[in-house]
Write a protein that binds this ligand. Structure first.
Ligand code: HEC
Length: 293
């Protein structure tokens, strides 16, 4: 009866496991490793799991056999009056140095407080070893962090700096690749990014003031601070105008001279000056643009 149940539960376990595997494969989102698994890989995985299971069963059988033999041997020794000390027992003894109850009289201290007596027990060696370990660790810590100051064991302050630097490098890398993929459809208003606006201002002052004026009040080109636009006042339309230019009217196509990220920055900078009403502003041109909320 017992063995039958055992077989059934093992079968049930494997069936559940395989079902689960199939389910996970079917459920996993596109691109995950489960879905890309080839038949051979699945076969290898199943075989691997199967062999691990067999190994576990074998290990269980061996353990069971060893334990059974041990029990028989111990019983035999006991009947013959031999006292055996197990490995576990002797280890516990040396780690605790416990005084057996029969010998407690030896370590009983003299004083007696209304019948309450005290034993002079040893400090348990496991505890003492741990205490020594903390001392050793403190020495190691002190040496590594404060004496040699290894790079692989940085103090918190240094660790923070290193992480901030690596994050900054990652952001710079991201911006470099992102910057090149921006176009009039994906451009975003980055008015909250101080660095981007500073960059936009710089670009404007270097390239655009001759025609649009120092404060964008207009000159050869239109006033960029009012709500009236010839080619639309959304961030996407402004980006497109700057990128493609208006060749017939003297506005250069900046595509070749500025990186997409820079055009995004200068477009955003232009929008931050909306409604600033600079002196000598050129009269409105084009149609009124009201931003969509
Ligand atoms: C050589 C002169 C000149 C320079 C330099 C110049 N622009 Fe222009 N820009 C113009 C002219 C002229 C127009 C108007 C085009 C039209 O009438 O359609 C214009 C139009 C624009 C518009 C569209 C305005 C609207 O009402 O739709 C924007 C935005 C703009 N420029 C941004 C810039 C930026 C940014 C720079 C610098 C990177 C720049 N311009 C440099 C002459 C210039």
């Amino acid at each position: 009866m017992k063995t039958k149940f055992f077989n059934k539960s093992i079968l049930a376990f494997f069936a559940t496991f395989l079902l689960g595997l199939g389910y996970a494969g079917a459920q996993s989102p596109a691109g995950s490793s489960m879905q890309k698994m080839t038949f051979e890989e699945l076969l290898i995985l199943v075989l691997l799991i199967f062999s691990i299971a067999i190994a576990l069963v074998v290990l269980g059988v061996i353990t069971f056999a060893v334990l059974s033999i041990r029990q028989v041997v111990m019983k035999d020794l006991e009947t013959r009056g031999v006292k055996v000390e197990t490995l576990w027992g002797s280890m516990m003894k040396s780690l605790t140095r416990v005084v057996p109850v029969e010998k407690e009289a030896d370590i009983l201290l003299d004083h007696n407080y209304d019948g309450i007596r005290e034993l002079d027990n040893h400090l348990p060696p496991w505890w003492v070893y741990m205490f020594y370990a903390t001392i050793a660790f403190a020495g190691f810590y002190m040496f590594v962090y404060h004496v040699v100051e290894l790079d692989s064991f940085p103090l918190q302050g240094k660790e923070y700096e290193v992480q901030m630097a690596s994050a900054a490098a990652q952001i710079a890398e991201y911006k470099k690749t992102m910057g090149n993929s921006i176009d009039e459809n994906t451009v975003k208003f980055v008015g909250k990014d101080k660095a981007a606006i500073a960059n936009g201002k710089d670009i404007f002052e270097k390239n655009c003031v001759t025609c649009h004026g120092k404060n964008m009040e207009g000159g050869v080109g239109p006033n960029l601070t009012d709500e009236y636009w010839l080619h639309g006042g959304s961030i996407n339309e402004i980006f497109k105008t700057i990128k493609q230019g208006v060749a017939s009217k003297g506005m250069i196509a900046w595509e070749k001279k500025l990186r997409p990220g820079d055009i995004q920055d200068v477009s955003s900078y232009i929008l931050t000056l909306q409604g600033t009403k600079p002196a000598n502003a050129k009269e409105p041109q084009g149609e009124k643009y009201t931003p969509k909320k």
